[in-house]
Design a binder for this molecule. Sequence first.
Ligand code: PLP
Length: 404
Amino acid sequence: MTAHPTTPPTVPSHRFDALTAAHMRAGGSWKWSTPGSWRRGEREGLIGAFVAEMDYPVADVVADAVRTSADGSRFGYLPDDWVADMAAATSAFWGERLGWAPDPARVRPVPDVLTAFTATVRHFTRPGSAIVLPTPAYMPFLTVPAMLGRELVQVPMARDGGDGSGRFVLDLDAIDRAFADGAGLLVLTNPHNPTGRVFDVDELAAVTEVVERHGGRVFSDEIHAPLTFDAHRHRPYAATSGAAAAHTVTATSASKAWNTPGLKCGQVILSNDADAAHWEATGYLAEHGTATPGVLATTSAYRDARGWLHDVLAYLDGNRALLASADLPGLDVTVPEGTYLAWLDGRGLGLDEPPSAFFVREAGVVMTDGAACGEAGRGGMRLNLAMSRPVLTEALERIGAALS
Ligand SMILES: Cc1ncc(COP(=O)(O)O)c(C=O)c1O
């Protein structure tokens, strides 16, 4: 899975290198104010590497869109033509970047992907049917189904290298059994948080076969779609076949790739006539929370901030290389194919506490505890790589020092 070169990569300097930990703490983000049970005095030295946001300042055009919203008092309800503009920009970006330009009329605004998820469960699944979730998973998918009165079936992902090594892959037999037992919806996160997998077309075709066998549905969470590396290309699931288009509700947002989760604008993409009609009848509440400045900023991001994204991807790629070269004895490190989240398996350390707690105490690095990602994540950690390279270097050195 992960090669560990002996020499660190040489990477050219970049303006993001100047983003120090002190600078980030002063900025007031959740990532750097590190909520939780840590005592106040300890916070000063902590490096926030948990929640999935980037430390990088947003693209100028995105900031301009918010400023223009304020200058023009564009804080009213959403006009249809701004929604249409955002949908057209989403479709154009997806078409050029991901090879599928959905019909803009079927790209609908929602505040965020979680709202899209709750609307999908409520309106697009058999009442009371269980939800199938490959794990480890994005944490709220573990808890939100119960809030909607739904049973959750956790399906641990497998490794394709045998003996617990290799890429994380979907356990299709277990997903098949869950549908056979009456589940109605599969949550497919691709690119996958927290393992960083970008599923290939064959893997996606195999998912379609299983779902079709049982008349199931898919919620395809593609929020990390633009964030892929090397030869890994994101394939929109609904575009892989007519069958996939017929059973899928896709959700995405510019908020991961352009770092705007607080602007509250995501997109639901409908990929068949029946779903488009059903969304029109049921989607009002989900759409209602979408923020007007967020829609304008999202349009700018998809349309005018591709250069910024390109630059960020190159920088993140350097951070991936840094992780791959880090000396972290005893940790099984998965460098992501997509997303800026790395999975560190600490089960081999033989600790009598969650490794994430150990590294907060011994290294001052706050990662997401794997157990929050499901039973299969216990003993693992999710490390957010989207910081300045000097800060990431320090975080990795501190983790390495704690290990030795
Ligand atoms: C895979 C995945 N889905 C959904 C979300 C949440 O997105 P939103 O803030 O749009 O609800 C995240 C946030 O990190 C995520 O990583």
